[in-house]
Write a new protein. Structure first.
Length: 501
């Protein structure tokens, strides 16, 4: 079959998903002639349920050649080193899930294995004390990595908290400068080809007919193209993750500029706190089966640290994913592809992964089934692994406050998650699958943070010299604490390098 190159792309919807897709395609296709058109309406609000990211966003920013300090200033961002889970395992308890490396291997024995054995013997401190990112987060510190061989500060790993609307606006400016055409308007109807069911054209409310070879659905929860037009279907995961609503509100910042996202368990769900330079982003993710909208909103407003800067924004969602992210000549990216609550700040990452895989498997106008199937298989597996990671947080809690937590504790876990838990409980083993987002240390922090501990040691640990293990743990902790202490405060670093005007 003769290749038929894609010559036109229509993106429906703006916001973070639409403009991340638009600028990525514009950069990727800059040496060939492809028309990229984004259709959005100012009358349709965009949904940004979280403004926190994880480290892969930095790869996206650098790949686009964006000046990081300029972006941070214009989006009023802050840096993020970790997520703190407060009152999650039980009331009064908290733990960190930091980025970056924790400790180091001793030959074939991972850090987790010899730390777990030492902890069981009362000869190790809590896990966070061996992580530079965790200790910097606890003490309000931050710095970027520096070129220093064999130094912990050379491997500092971080992400950003940003204003999602300002981030989308920043990318829009870049995309339009790169040749992306923006059309103001709403899609009134979608026509399909009778012979194969592919999307033929879009008709706007202005009456204009828009035709393209490839359509990208960034229309949000509705899925205007992928669902309304193509009726792709949706896999609901609310059985495992019952939260289906959120209320979000910004407030004045009254505390120091922390370098981590805070997640606090509540009666009917959980509350996020995301620090920006100019305000604090707050939200309450909850299940309408266990708490009313008014009760959730009242609990949220009672918990924020400063004066609310707007009325709470109410959101409804269905946890899960499309049965196919790529269907015929349409690819869904962002909320139109699926939704997993932002407990581990993965929403923007799924946008990034959808774009990356589309560029990797970029089609011609014949739309080979092999590439479409591969795309759907990889992203489907990634959604399921993140789903399992979130279910781990809920299903292993010890909380008794509120009926939601009892329900989550008693729900039947996915088999893929039970396999991981059983493996860890046996000998503290954590195995990472191909293309999996979270590294082994992420699973370690949550397992230990949720009080899941192995019944036996990794058999290789007994072959290590106990004194060398003790000395290594002592050295790691001492170096981490000294490095964290020497770092500037998060607030001072921003003032020096990238303070918003």
């Amino acid at each position: 079959m003769t290749a038929a190159p894609i010559r036109s792309i229509a993106i429906v919807g703006g916001g973070t998903a639409g403009w991340m897709t638009a600028i990525s395609l514009a950069k990727f296709l800059k040496s060939v002639k492809v028309r990229i058109r984004l259709i959005e309406s100012e009358q349709i609000g965009t949904v940004g349920v979280g403004e926190a990211t994880i480290p892969p966003i930095m790869d996206f920013i650098r790949a686009l050649g964006i000046d990081e300090d300029d972006l941070i200033r214009k989006t009023k961002s802050t840096f993020k080193l970790a997520i703190e889970f407060k009152d999650w395992t039980r009331v009064g308890h908290s733990y960190m899930h930091p980025f970056g490396q924790t400790g180091f291997e001793m030959g074939p024995v991972p850090f987790s294995a010899y730390w777990l054995k030492a902890l069981g013997e009362g000869k190790a401190r809590r896990l966070e004390e061996y992580s530079l990112q965790a200790m910097a987060a606890y003490t309000g510190k931050f710095m970027r990595p520096v070129a220093a061989s064999n130094s912990p500060v050379a491997g500092i790993t971080y992400a950003l908290h940003f204003d999602a609307s300002l981030f989308a606006r920043y990318l829009r400016t870049m995309a339009e400068a790169a040749g992306v055409e923006r059309t103001e308007g709403r899609v009134k109807s979608v026509s399909l080809k009778s012979e194969d069911g592919f999307i033929d054209a879009l008709t706007l409310d202005s009456g204009e007919r828009v035709e393209a070879d490839l359509y990208i659905d960034c229309s949000g929860f509705r899925g205007l193209l992928i669902e309304d037009a193509l009726q792709t279907g949706y896999d609901h995961w609310n059985h495992w993750l019952p939260c289906d609503r959120a209320a979000a509100v910004p407030c004045e910042r009254t505390q120091g500029l922390s370098s981590y996202t805070q997640v606090t368990a509540k009666t009917g769900g959980w509350q996020w706190r995301i620090p920006l330079q100019h305000r604090i982003g707050n939200g309450y993710v909850y299940s309408s089966n266990f708490i009313s909208d008014s009760e959730a909103q009242d609990e949220l407003l009672r918990s924020i640290e400063g004066q609310a800067l707007a009325d709470p924004l109410k959101l409804q969602f269905a946890t899960g994913r499309r049965k196919r992210f790529w269907n015929k000549n349409c690819v869904a990216i962002g909320l139109s592809a699926g939704f997993l609550e932002p407990l581990e700040s993965t929403s923007i990452h799924f946008i990034q992964r959808g774009i990356t895989m589309l560029l990797t498997l970029f089609p011609d106008a014949n739309f080979s089934g092999a590439e479409i199937d591969r795309y759907n298989k990889i992203l489907g597996a990634e959604y399921e692994r993140v789903r399992d990671f979130l279910v781990l947080h809920y299903s292993t809690t010890e909380r008794n406050e509120g009926d939601l937590w009892g329900y989550c504790r008693n729900v039947t876990k996915p088999d893929s998650l039970m396999e991981r838990i059983d493996l860890f409980r046996s000998h503290g083993r954590i195995l990472r699958e191909d293309f999996e987002l979270f590294p082994t240390q992420s699973w370690l922090y949550v397992m230990v943070g949720q009080n899941i501990m192995p019944e036996s040691d990794d058999p290789l640990v007994s072959l290590l010299d106990p004194q060398i293990v003790h000395d290594n743990l002592t050295d790691i902790r001492d170096v981490v604490h000294r490095c964290a202490q020497s770092m500037p405060t998060h607030e001072d670093f921003i003032k020096q390098h990238c303070a918003a005007g």
